[in-house]
Design a protein around this ligand. Structure first.
Ligand code: FES
Ligand SMILES: [Fe+2]
Length: 385
């Protein structure tokens, strides 16, 4: 573990990415994955302040739907109220701190499992068995504290900050890139929720580049989208995009050809992967999208949630077609296995005394932009005494 006094140099090293060009840029110092102080700084400067993707609107499509998540150690429940509005609030009971919900469900109210205090889906305290309904010391109601929510292309983002800068205006270019895929209404064909034994940045970094496809995903996935067809496109301080050329001669690529042809333009030959910093990666192909969210639990432990989205009519067709859902599930499970095993190996070797940052390939240019994002968010935090 680094001494506190080395945190400043680590944050300064991040600042160096402001001036570096791809070709000269190197990977992050390995301490970025092992420093407990940096991890704390990331929670404070990023995960408690920025917009964090927690899921899809489909998970709260019906009144009464809810699901839980955890951001920077804060238990959160996302609900669809009787008015249909999507809200996010602290899941910590106002009585004695039990999480009032876990997992997901559909109900008219949230009832704490400890002593059965119950809450409306907008957070209002409704009932307190065997006692009068209390108020807070200042006389205000004992509601579950709410968080800011924005939805974008069917993704649900939450911010723990009181007044975060609105998200949607920051993603105008990303939306233009993804608009042809019309994924706002796409359905979740496959969902996954796993814990990977590595630092959150290692997972995101793998998702930020297609350079690793031939290595980690040899076989049919690399045959469809080989590393050589990966090209960085653009980035802002909020998001980045690269594209992967599709080989329509491959087993996985061939069925996507009619969808690609229908899209036309650049999307007919190369599909975009867009990452919204800090924690969501949206990887398109002509008739599907795989999304991944990375939620840090501890320095070397990350909750990885995501899924595979398809257009509504494809959702129906695949469910009706014998074996196709199972085939796709197996392919996604393999993809995740390969990426998660890399994350675990990287986290281990980060502790090697021979680990030092190597030169990045031009196909990894999105990494630099992610590092600049980190630098921007952490510099002020790190400069505090
Ligand atoms: S902690 Fe929730 S009712 Fe007691
Ligand atoms: Fe991968």
């Amino acid at each position: 573990m680094l001494e506190t006094s080395t945190l400043g140099p680590l944050v300064d090293a991040l600042r160096d990415y402001d001036d570096v060009r791809i070709g000269d840029a190197r990977a992050l110092p390995m301490e970025a994955y092992t420093s407990a102080e940096l991890f704390d700084l990331e929670m404070e400067g990023i995960f408690r302040r920025d917009w964090i993707c927690v899921g899809r609107t489909e998970q709260v499509a019906r009144s009464g739907d809810w699901f839980t998540t955890e951001v920077a150690g804060e238990p959160i429940v996302v609900t669809a109220g009787s008015d249909g509005e999507i809200r996010a609030m602290s899941a910590v009971c106002r009585h004695r701190y039990m999480a009032v919900a876990s997992g997901s469900g559909n109900s008219r109210r949230l009832t704490c499992p400890y002593h059965r205090w119950s809450y409306d889906l907008d957070g209002t305290l409704l009932g307190t068995p065997l006692m009068d309904t209390p108020v807070r010391p200042d006389g205000t109601p004992c509601s579950l504290p709410g968080y800011q929510v924005e939805t974008w292309l069917g993704f649900v983002f939450v911010s723990l900050a009181a007044n975060p800068e609105p998200l949607t205006p920051q993603l105008v270019g990303a939306k233009e890139t993804l608009d042809p895929y019309q994924m706002e209404d796409w359905r979740i064909l496959i969902a996954f929720d796993e814990v990977w034994a590595g630092n959150w940045k290692l997972g995101l970094e793998t998702a930020l580049e297609g350079y690793h496809l031939d290595g980690l995903h040899g076989g049919e996935i690399a045959a469809m989208m080989p590393s050589k067809g990966c090209q960085f496109v653009e980035a802002t301080d909020r998001w980045s995009c690269f594209r992967l050329e599709i080989n329509f001669e491959s087993e996985f690529g061939a069925p996507t050809k009619p969808f690609a042809d229908a899209m036309g333009g650049l999307d007919a030959v190369a599909s975009p992967t867009v990452s919204i910093h800090p924690n969501v990666n949206i990887s398109c192909s002509p008739a599907s999208t795989t999304w991944l969210t990375f939620m840090p639990l501890e320095i070397g432990t990350t909750q990885v949630r995501g899924g595979y989205l398809v257009p509504p009519d494809e959702y129906e067709r695949i469910h009706a077609a014998e074996g196709e859902l199972e085939f796709t599930q197996a392919a996604i499970a393999q993809l995740n296995r390969e990426d998660s095993s890399a994350m675990i190996d990287l986290q281990r070797s980060a502790h090697s005394r021979f680990a030092e940052p190597g030169v990045l390939c031009e196909k990894e240019e999105a990494l630099i932009h992610f590092y600049r994002y980190l630098a921007g968010r952490l510099h002020n935090e790190g400069a505090r005494p």
